[in-house]
Design a binder for this molecule. Structure first.
Ligand code: C2E
Ligand code: CA
Ligand code: CA
Ligand code: CA
Length: 280
């Protein structure tokens, strides 16, 4: 087969190219089409105040209802979307759909707390992010203070000068800024202190073995203490057991999310959760 790559040039993929490459090309074509055909869906995972059990926010997590392959998880397609640049169009759809949904819930009298949207590296570095956010907030009518962006530690540290500028614009709009996968990258404490960050998210990899790995427990404890001294909120992700919850509470962690409370829910089930039909 051949693939038009612009102008008069064609890129050929030959039979000796491996099946994997072929799969990736198919997937790339599928993603582009799927955005147009509305095959993506957003699932919402509750974030709770660990002491009161009160809902404080929801994280938007994308899923792909693939016509042949069924429900795909983000790790099956986000990395490729990032690599090819398709993430910009997909990320735009995710942001708009999440903000519209959150506003709809507010209008229906529910309180979803903050809507937390993952922003990929390419999307964060794309010059249109701030104007996309302005446009989305205007279109949806969502209160900017209800929006929180989750950006990984490594993306934040990639180009700190640019991060400063983007963060300043977002802070002006009162949008929350969470450092995702905290502890997995190499943050400079000096920058962390100077960025207008509102939350650290302790990565699930540290929570998983927290009850029997003293190194993981020490890292979680340190992040919680750091957050406290910098006056930043902290949330633990991937809480699956009561023992993990107890340990985090003992360390002074106030917020959490994970399968112990709820898996990510489709919009309909999230709405039932909001209506109080789910107990946690
Ligand atoms: P993440 O941002 O670290 O999201 C947390 C992941 O952990 C989610 O996986 C969530 O379903 C899962 N999780 C939550 N609680 C538990 C638990 O108790 N146990 C276990 N084992 N897992 C738990 P998911 O939805 O498969 O997403 C994976 C990653 O894909 C996310 O990691 C994020 O990096 C990326 N992603 C997901 N949705 C989006 C999106 O809309 N945009 C972008 N750019 N990336 C996304
Ligand atoms: Ca996240
Ligand atoms: Ca994580
Ligand atoms: Ca992540």
């Amino acid at each position: 087969g051949s693939k038009k790559s612009g102008g008069n040039s064609f890129q050929f993929y030959t039979p000796d190219m491996n099946a994997h490459t072929h799969d990736l090309l198919m997937l790339e074509r599928d993603i582009a089409r799927a955005v147009k055909e509305n095959q993506f869906a957003i699932y919402y995972q509750p974030q709770l105040d660990l002491q009161s059990g009160k809902l404080i926010g929801v994280e938007a997590l994308v899923r792909w209802q693939h016509p042949e392959k069924g429900l795909l998880n983000p790790l099956d397609f986000i990395p490729l979307a990032e690599e090819t640049g398709l993430i910009v169009a997909l990320g735009k759809w995710i942001l708009q759909a999440s903000c519209h949904q959150a506003k709809q819930w507010c209008d229906a009298g529910y309180d979803p707390g903050r809507i937390c949207v993952n922003i990929s590296g390419r999307q964060f570095r794309h010059g249109t992010l701030v104007s996309l956010i302005d446009e989305t907030l205007t279109d949806s009518g969502l209160n900017p203070e209800m929006l929180e962006l989750e950006i990984t530690e490594s993306v934040i540290m990639e180009d700190v000068e640019e991060t400063f500028q983007t963060f300043a614009a977002l802070q002006d709009r009162k949008i929350g800024l969470a450092v995702d996968d905290f502890g997995t990258g190499y943050s400079s404490l000096n920058y962390l202190r100077r960025f207008p960050i509102s939350k650290f998210k302790i990565d699930r990899s540290f929570i998983q073995d927290i009850t029997h790995d003293s190194n993981d427990a020490a890292i979680a404890n340190t992040v919680i203490a750091l957050a406290k001294s910098l006056n930043v909120a902290v949330i633990a992700e991937g809480i699956e057991t009561e023992a993990q919850l107890e340990m985090l509470l003992g360390m002074g962690c106030r917020q959490g999310q994970g399968f112990f409370f709820s898996e990510p829910l489709n919009a309909q089930d999230m709405e039932k959760f909001l209506a109080g039909d789910f107990s946690c």
